[in-house]
Design a protein around this ligand. Structure first.
Ligand SMILES: Cc1ncc(COP(=O)(O)O)c(C=O)c1O
Length: 341
C-alpha cells in the first residue's frame, strides 16, 4: 500500500543493485546499476512497476481488457500486453504511427502476446473508436495512458526510490546520484517523490529523450511539463509532496535532435557497456542516459570518485528496430568472419 493505493505483486522485488567494476575503473567514478531491466515479464522494463498498480485498479473496476497507446515501438505497450496475458485479460495497443512503416520488435512481441495493435490516423478520434469497438463486443475496458504516466503511474517508482535508498545505504553509497531517463515523466517524478518521502540523501538527474517544445527551449518546456505533472499529483493525492523547482535536475543535452533516432555516440555507449559489463542497453532510452554518465565522467562534469547509479529501465527490443539495426549491422560487420569452406 502506497499513498492509499494497493498493487498486485507481479514482480520479484527488489531488483538487484549491481556494482559496475570494469566501468568504474575505466571512468574513474564509482558506477552502479539498478537492474530494472531484469523485471520478470516479456523481457522486462520500467513499465512493469507502474502496471502493478494499474492492474489492481483495473481488476477492482472489473476490467476484462487493458488498452493503451504509444508509438509503434512502445515498450509500455508490450508490457501492458504482457501483464494482460499473465492475468487473463485481453489487450490492445493504439498507435498513430504509420503502417506499413517499421514493424518494431515490440510489435512482433505484442502479437506474440496475443495483443491487437490498431493503427489509427488520428489519435483523438481513433482512440474512442477502438474503445467503443471492444465495449460493443462486451469487454470492460481499462485505459492505461501513454507511458503509464498519470497520477497512479508515479507509485511504482516512488516505491522503487524507497527500495533503492535502502540498497544504496547498505552498499555504502547513501549520497549517490541516480541517472534516469525521462520520457513520459512518471519514472523520474515517481523517484523524486519517493526519495523525498523517505528522506533519502540520494540525488536524481533526469536525462530527457523526448524533445518537448521548440529546439533551444527544451529545458524551459520540460520544466513546465514537470511542474504541471507534479501539480496534478498533489491535487490527486490531496497533499503537497514538497517538490520544488530546485528538485528538478535534468539534462536535455543527449536528445540528439529527435526521439528514437539512430545516433553514433549512443551506439558507441551501447558497445562500451556490453563489452565492459555484458549489460545490454537500448538506443532510444537507456543508451542516451548512459551516454550522459560516460560523457559526464570524461568531461569532468561528474567529479572523479563520485558515486553514480544508472537506472536501467529496460527497452531491449529497441535494438531490433530496423533503423537502429541497419546501423548496428554495418558497424558490427568486422566481427563477422566469413571463412572459406
Ligand atoms: C526503456 C524505457 N526507459 C525509460 C522510459 C521512460 O520512462 P517514463 O516514460 O516513465 O519517463 C521508457 C518509456 O517508455 C522506456 O520504455
Amino acid at each position: 500500500m502506497l499513498f492509499g493505493h494497493e498493487k498486485i505483486e507481479i514482480l520479484h522485488l527488489p531488483t538487484p543493485l549491481e556494482h559496475l567494476e570494469n566501468v568504474s575503473k575505466d571512468l574513474g567514478i564509482d558506477v552502479w546499476c539498478k537492474r530494472d531491466d531484469l523485471t520478470n515479464l516479456a523481457t522486462g522494463g520500467n513499465k512493469l512497476r507502474k502496471l502493478e498498480y494499474f492492474l489492481k485498479d483495473a481488476l477492482d473496476q472489473g476490467a476484462t481488457m487493458l488498452i493503451t497507446e504509444g508509438g509503434a515501438q512502445t515498450n509500455h505497450g508490450r508490457l501492458t500486453a504482457a501483464v494482460a496475458s499473465k492475468y487473463g485479460l485481453r489487450s490492445a495497443i493504439i498507435t498513430a504511427d504509420e503502417y506499413p512503416g517499421e514493424i518494431s520488435a515490440n510489435l512482433l512481441l505484442d502479437g506474440m502476446l496475443g495483443c491487437d495493435v490498431h493503427f489509427v490516423k488520428d489519435m483523438e478520434s481513433g482512440r474512442q473508436k477502438v474503445i467503443d469497438k471492444y465495449t460493443a463486443e462486451g469487454e470492460k475496458v481499462y485505459y492505461v495512458p501513454m507511458g503509464g504516466s498519470n497520477e497512479l503511474g508515479i507509485l511504482g517508482y516512488a516505491e522503487c526510490a524507497m527500495e533503492l535508498d535502502k540498497q544504496a545505504r547498505e552498499a555504502g553509497i547513501p549520497e549517490a546520484v541516480i541517472y534516469v531517463t525521462i520520457g513520459s515523466m512518471a519514472t523520474y517524478v515517481g523517484l523524486l517523490i519517493g526519495l523525498k518521502e523517505c528522506g533519502s540523501k540520494l540525488r536524481l538527474v533526469g536525462v530527457n529523450v523526448l524533445p518537448y517544445g521548440e529546439a533551444g527551449r527544451e529545458d524551459e518546456e520540460l520544466l513546465k511539463a514537470l511542474e504541471g505533472y507534479c501539480e496534478k499529483i498533489n491535487k490527486f493525492y490531496g497533499r503537497d509532496f514538497g517538490i520544488t523547482r530546485d528538485d528538478f535536475i535534468f539534462t536535455t543535452a543527449y536528445i540528439h535532435g529527435a526521439y528514437n533516432n539512430a545516433v553514433e555516440e549512443v551506439r558507441d555507449v551501447l558497445y562500451y557497456l556490453a563489452r565492459k559489463e555484458a549489460i545490454i542497453i537500448d538506443p532510444c532510452y537507456t543508451g542516451k542516459t548512459f551516454e550522459a554518465i560516460v560523457d559526464g565522467a570524461k568531461k569532468g562534469a561528474i567529479p572523479k570518485g563520485s558515486h553514480v547509479i544508472f537506472m536501467h529501465t529496460g527497452g531491449l527490443p529497441g535494438i531490433y528496430t530496423k533503423h537502429h539495426r541497419v546501423e548496428l549491422e554495418k558497424e558490427l560487420m568486422p566481427y563477422m568472419h566469413i571463412e572459406d569452406h
